[in-house]
Design a protein around this ligand. Structure first.
Ligand code: ADP
Ligand code: MG
Length: 578
């Protein structure tokens, strides 16, 4: 293997040459303590930066084995190391010429702790994947600057962010312990009959609508006595807080008293959070899914009949299709799709629900005869959803008492703290009529037509050349691009993801795009149902990591759930169900 000195010599030799001479850099270099791989070289200084990785043996980094002894600890440690490398990059990244010359960045983790391709710890090595802008002035290679960047700056970064002796050992252990604690809490929910847990002292509100860090000076969470539960942590003994039992739970209270903030913390309780986030000990069932109205979205052959029947024009609601769903039909579809993707806990907030989907009051029932109303509101289904199907609901509601009857418990937020008002609410509800309705579900699973899912985009045809030439179109190329967490470009489609609030990272969106291409190749065969075909992929990823999607992945993919994977495919406008 060529060495660091060979790399220096080569870079000096190409100094002043034109940019494409960088292409020969591709390969692996021995740097004594670690290996540098140059995986992909950018075509010019303005193009996407070059892809690099380093591999360092644990015997060189001295990373203690205890920090990666199981999956929880490993992911906590990986996230810590990626964050340390990101910080070191920020300090060293410098403009060294045109375009992206001198740039150094890694896909920095946010508040959530997710398995990501940018940092991967195996039995023997730590792998970091990141990008660098190879320096140039105009299109002329700055070889000496490149040599400094690759053979001096990068080793310094490795020294600062990966060598155990230069890291804050206490913080590193805390990262591993915190992540293991959260996984252990989530694993205890089911056996305790809970769907979520919020530790006393947790900080739920965020700094702002665009800043996911904890709010300063927030009121710490405190459980009402009736729901106080103690759970055991692998590190730090016991934690006490609010255990929300399975069933139907309401979060009520005056406006601005913290209802949505609590629900948002629960919807992100599917993820673990980094130390000092405030939500380290807030966990919910891994399949908990937020469902909301999303008018205008497309819906393909979803059975909405539990909620919607007798649409005008005799439109079929057992296999409902629309290019432009309404508020209520989109919310009904979201619920049925969530259940299809394995959700056993639904989260709803009145702020973002269709009113006519949630309730219909008595006066309206007098004015509009039931046979004229296609919608059976959720209030009439929520009980049976749990009793007959084991699907719990947590619902934020400030404007209607109609749910007091079917609810198992009613929590009232008052100055950001919950109080158990179940007895009072039940008294007000009076005799509640037991729901005899069985929540139907269609037994014919939805099977996607693989040909309707295409990651390739055909390039525009050649205009022809001067010799009169050929107008044949160029070969199609794969097009998978994340636009923040707002949208995914997939082939020639753009999938709107802006209302999927449980997607938290653009790297998840990219990974979902890659995973969809993988599913198209391997598991969507025209016979396998939609949830099964996608789950086959997520099971592989959770067993073998994101390298399932390709042996040499880009460094900007992050782990995602089956629920968001399915939600993405469900929003693909070209999707056809057989
Ligand atoms: P609701 O849904 O009941 O109308 P929100 O959850 O939207 O109320 O909260 C209203 C405001 O109060 C938000 O700006 C939120 O950040 C803030 N807030 C929520 N919980 C707390 C808390 N524990 N301490 C301080 N501020 C909070
Ligand atoms: Mg609200």
């Amino acid at each position: 293997m060529p060495t660091r000195n060979d790399l220096t010599d080569f870079l000096r030799r190409i100094d002043g040459k034109s940019y494409p001479s960088y292409k020969d850099l591709r390969g692996r270099y021995d740097f004594d303590h670690f290996t540098l791989s140059i995986e992909h070289v950018q075509g010019d200084p303005f193009a996407a930066p070059s892809r690099l990785s380093i591999q360092i043996q644990h015997e060189h980094s001295r990373l203690p084995a205890d920090l990666f002894s199981n999956k929880s600890r490993r992911t906590g440690t990986e996230t810590f190391l990626a964050t340390a490398f990101a910080t070191a990059c920020r300090d060293s990244s410098d403009s060294l010429g045109s375009g992206k010359s001198g740039l150094l960045t890694i896909d920095a983790p946010g508040q959530q702790v997710l398995h990501r391709t940018c940092c991967q710890i195996t039995e023997d090595v730590t792998i970091l994947r990141f990008v660098a802008g190879l320096p140039a002035s105009g299109r002329r290679i700055l070889g000496r600057a490149a040599a400094r960047l690759l053979t001096e700056t990068i080793p310094d970064l490795v020294e600062a962010a990966l060598r155990h002796r230069n890291l804050d050992a206490e913080a590193l252990t805390l990262a591993a312990n915190t992540n293991e604690n959260a996984d252990a809490l989530r694993a205890q929910l089911d056996e305790r009959g809970l769907i979520a847990f919020v530790a006393n002292g947790a900080i739920l509100p965020r700094a702002s609508g665009v800043d996911n860090r904890p709010m300063n000076g927030a009121v710490p969470f405190r459980s009402p006595d009736s729901l106080q539960t103690s759970l055991t942590l692998p590190h730090g003994g016991e934690t006490t807080g609010m255990g929300i039992p399975a069933g139907v739970s309401l979060i009520v209270g005056g406006g601005y008293h913290g209802k949505s903030t609590l629900l948002n913390a629960l919807e992100h309780g599917i993820y673990n959070h980094r130390p000092h986030d405030g939500r380290e000990l807030v966990v919910s069932r891994a399949d908990a899914t937020k469902v909301r109205a999303e008018d205008g979205r497309s819906v393909v052959k979803v059975d909405l009949s539990p909620f919607i029947n007798n649409l005008p024009g005799g439109k079929d609601t057992t296999a409902f299709t629309s290019e432009n769903a309404s508020g209520s039909t989109s919310q009904a579809a979201a619920i049925m799709e969530a259940i299809e993707a394995g959700a056993r806990c639904l989260l709803l907030d009145e702020d973002i629900s269709a009113t006519n989907f949630l309730i219909r009051d008595e006066r309206m029932q007098q004015l509009i005869a039931p046979e004229k109303e296609p919608i059976t509101p959720f209030v009439q289904r929520v009980r049976s959803l749990y009793d007959d199907h084991g699907i719990s609901t947590i619902l934020v509601l400030g404007g209607s008492g109609d749910y007091f009857g079917p609810a198992d418990r009613v929590l009232a937020m008052d100055n950001y703290l919950p109080h158990d008002l179940t007895p009072e609410a039940k008294r007000i509800a009076g005799e509640s009529v037991p729901s005899t309705f069985r929540f139907p579900h269609s037994d014919s699973p939805r099977v996607p037509d693989p040909s309707s899912i295409n990651p390739f985009k055909s390039a525009p045809p050649y205009r022809g050349n001067r010799r009169g030439g050929d107008r044949a179109s160029r070969p199609p190329r794969q097009n998978i691009k994340a636009h923040g967490t707002r949208a995914l470009s997939f082939g020639s489609e753009e999938i709107d993801l802006s209302l999927l609030s449980q997607l938290v990272d653009d790297s998840q969106v990219r990974a979902i795009g890659q995973a969809l291409a993988y599913a198209k190749e391997h598991t969507l065969d025209g016979h396998t149902s939609l949830p099964e075909a996608l789950e086959n992929v997520t099971v592989l990823i959770s067993a073998n990591g994101l390298t399932t999607l390709g042996p040499n992945p880009p460094g900007d993919l992050a782990e995602f759930r089956l629920q968001e994977f399915a939600a993405t495919l469900n929003r693909l406008r070209s999707l056809q169900i057989l």
